[in-house]
Ligand binder design. Structure first.
Ligand SMILES: [Mn+2]
Length: 444
């Protein structure tokens, strides 16, 4: 127990509604490890300053970096074989926004939520906007869903949506996307994310050219309805749920479709949506050169679209990707600010703890990428000095940047150690008390 607290203060605090989680309560908890943090920060900060880094600027960049939390990641994730509920899951959009609010209060990095329609259609727009605003949460990209049939739907997406051979099915899918735009407009979103499950499981089942052409025509119809200050983000994926072909299978296909639609259409890269060993950092780099990278979904994987915690399997690959993102943000002004989102969800961990770990991994990769000496790297590249190039990259990667991330969180009012704070404050226990044990969130 915090030695600064009296017994009754502690009991009162533990029994308060988790929604009342206040900055000063987090600040009180931070006192327990502030000296340890200060020592580590001073040591690292002094070393970096001696090497010429602007430490304050790095911390400001880390503080500014916000990642959207998808509304479907707040309950336990599903697999193709079953779903094992995590207790105290949010059962309404209001509760989902509250969960994002908890993440944001602790990490100060999760200042946005990305809604999936129709799982999260607001019943009261004014109320949900007020709730989000009170928690400093913005509404990021809205996501359409044409990979499942909805109750009362006239047409079925069993054989595809925007690519379907049936005009009636395509029209239903187009209208759904337009409805999602309208919902997003009411919330203040500025982009629509389209991911299609369309594809085929067997050779000959689909005509590749017809499926592509139908998809392009459908996307153009949706694009026409996009407000001027909006973007359309086109996501790709090589396989799953179909196992022979996917209509939008790779970045090249997405890039062609975005170009066909127009300047407000962009490619969205999801880390898990690549075949093993794909050079994702190179994809990111060239898309930014062309000003066409619009969004980014974080997760990690060992085999396919595993939806594992960011940085849990391949943290070095994540760093290399961030190195290209940072380079692009500095050198490709034509490329817009990106819509960042975590797209991961599974069965084993408390979803909120999982998201905290992902946010931490993202910040860590970003901080390390900010330490790459771009000038020195350019010099070494001009000299074809492969050894020096590697030394520069790995020198940044090997730096323990956690004190910088802690300082960024601390300066914004977050927790020095969000996982410890989450557990100490017994957030999950309180959520179970408020919501009940056997609650199930909407989503996969
Ligand atoms: Mn995704």
């Amino acid at each position: 127990m915090n030695s600064d607290w009296g017994f009754w203060e502690f009991i009162l605090f533990k029994t308060q509604s988790i929604m009342k989680l206040q900055k000063d309560q987090i600040a009180d908890f931070n006192k327990r490890s502030i000296n340890y943090h200060n020592d580590n920060f001073d040591f690292l900060g002094n070393n970096l300053r001696k090497k010429g880094y602007d430490v304050d600027q790095i911390i400001a960049k880390l503080t500014d970096f916000q990642v959207a939390i998808p509304s479907w990641a707040l309950g336990a994730g599903g697999t193709r074989f079953g779903r094992f509920s995590y207790f105290g899951e949010p059962t309404s959009l209001e509760q989902k926004v509250e969960d994002v609010g908890i993440l944001h209060k602790l990490t100060q990095t999760a200042g946005a939520v990305s809604l999936h329609i129709p799982w999260d259609i607001p019943s009261d727009y004014k109320a949900i906007k007020q709730k989000a605003e009170a928690l400093n949460i913005n509404f990021d990209s809205v996501n359409s869903n044409t990979f499942q049939d909805q109750k009362k739907a006239k047409e079925s997406y069993k054989y595809g949506s925007l690519s379907n051979v049936s005009k009636a099915v395509r029209e239903q899918a187009i209208q759904h996307n337009i409805e999602v735009i309208h919902i997003g407009e009411k919330l203040g979103s500025k982009s629509l994310t389209v991911w299609l499950a369309d594809g085929s499981c067997f050779p000959g089942q689909n005509n590749f050219q017809t499926a592509f052409q139908n998809t392009q025509d459908s996307l153009k119809d949706i694009y026409k309805m996009l407000p001027n200050d909006w973007r359309m983000l086109i996501e790709y994926k090589p396989y799953e749920p179909h196992f022979y072909s996917t209509v939008i299978q790779d970045w090249g296909t997405s890039f062609m479709l975005a170009n066909a639609c127009g300047e407000k259409a962009y490619t969205l890269v999801d880390l898990g949506h690549h075949l093993p060993n794909s050079n994702i950092e190179q994809i990111v780099s060239i898309l930014m050169l062309k000003g066409k990278l619009g969004g980014f979904h974080f997760n990690d994987s060992k085999y396919g679209d595993d939806d594992l915690t960011v940085g849990s399997i391949k943290p070095y690959a994540l760093f290399l990707i961030f190195n290209e993102l940072v380079y692009g943000m500095n050198n490709n002004p034509k490329n817009p600010d990106l819509a960042w989102m975590i797209d991961a969800s599974h069965n084993v961990k408390d979803p909120l703890e999982d998201l905290i770990q992902s946010l931490e991994a993202i910040q860590e990769a970003y901080a390390k990428a900010l330490l790459v000496d771009q000038e020195a790297l350019k010099g070494a590249q001009l000299e074809n000095d492969a050894v020096k190039c590697q030394e520069i990259l790995q020198g940044a990667y090997r730096t323990d940047v956690r004190p910088l991330i802690e300082r960024a969180r601390l300066s914004a009012g977050g927790a020095l150690n969000p996982i410890d704070a989450y557990r100490f404050l017994d957030v999950r226990g309180n959520l179970i008390k408020e919501r009940g044990k056997h609650t199930v969130a909407t989503g996969l």
